[in-house]
Design a protein around this ligand. Structure first.
Ligand code: MN
Length: 260
């Protein structure tokens, strides 16, 4: 039996929000190698100056380091919903496309609007207000310019990721079990039992106690004095788009961190 080699560093990166220069500086500082594993915690787009550039950079990074994990933040979900909404409207306007061609997508959009108690048309309006306009600007002012490769990248993002560095009982890695999620999780429940929109949006979960099976690593809730390092929780959203904010990467195995 082969024992999996644990990564040298298990690196997590917090909310980027279109800040391409900061992302590049941070990666220069951390210098990830193929011996490391990087988990991006989501919120790549919106608010900042170059969301398209960030998506391209991450896509390229994933090609260089195929073991990389890209989580989906609430902002990726909003962006994807805006793209789907636009497509549904275009298909609805065409007489030659049967309703089956767009009904499923429309039902999914409706279920997400229902989750938040919103009307369907509010989803797009809220996204634009919450930084979506800056994302559209990075695509030269039109969602028409979002390329299939960029959309495929968004679609592939994961809702959560578990890293269980368990080999032997006596192994020093044995209790190193991490759960990576964009916003947070209720550790009394399995992540797959929780609504994806909860994992992407929730704030203020109870602090995972000593008996929590996981150390939870997340972003979403800004801590300008962060990163927040609790015994069983690490929060890496340090508000890059705010005055005094930064972009943070942390090796969750040693808790060493880097910021720009
Ligand atoms: Mn965010």
């Amino acid at each position: 039996m082969t024992t999996p080699t644990p990564p040298q560093r298990l690196l997590a990166i917090g909310d980027i929000h279109g800040y391409l220069d900061e992302l590049r500086q941070l990666l220069d500082l951390v210098q990830p190698t193929t011996a490391d594993k990087v988990i991006f915690l989501g919120d790549y787009v919106d608010r900042g100056p170059d969301s398209q550039g960030v998506l391209n950079e991450l896509n390229w990074f994933g090609e260089c380091f195929p073991q990389t994990v890209f989580l989906r933040g609430n902002h990726e979900q909003m962006f994807m919903d805006a793209l789907d909404w636009r497509e549904v409207e275009q298909l609805q306007a065409r007489k030659d496309v049967p309703a089956e061609g767009w009904q499923t997508v429309l039902a999914e959009l409706q279920s997400r609007a229902d989750f938040f108690g919103l009307r369907l048309s509010d989803l797009d309006r809220i996204w634009r207000r919450e930084g979506g306009l800056e994302t559209i600007a990075s695509f030269d002012g039109s969602l028409e310019n979002v390329r299939p490769v960029q959309r495929a990248f968004l679609k592939k993002t994961k809702i959560f990721h578990e890293e269980w560095l368990n080999t032997e009982e006596s192994d020093p890695w044995s209790d190193r079990r991490f759960l990576f999620v964009h916003a947070g999780t209720d550790v009394t429940q399995l992540p797959q039992q929780q609504h994806p929109l909860v994992l992407m949006n929730h704030r203020g979960f109870a602090e995972p106690g000593k008996t929590s099976p996981w150390t939870v690593v997340h972003g979403h809730t800004i801590r300008l004095d962060g990163p927040e390092m609790k015994p069983k929780r690490i929060n890496l959203d340090t508000g890059v788009y705010l005055k005094g904010g930064r972009l943070t990467c942390c090796d969750v195995l040693t808790r060493q961190f880097w910021q720009v």
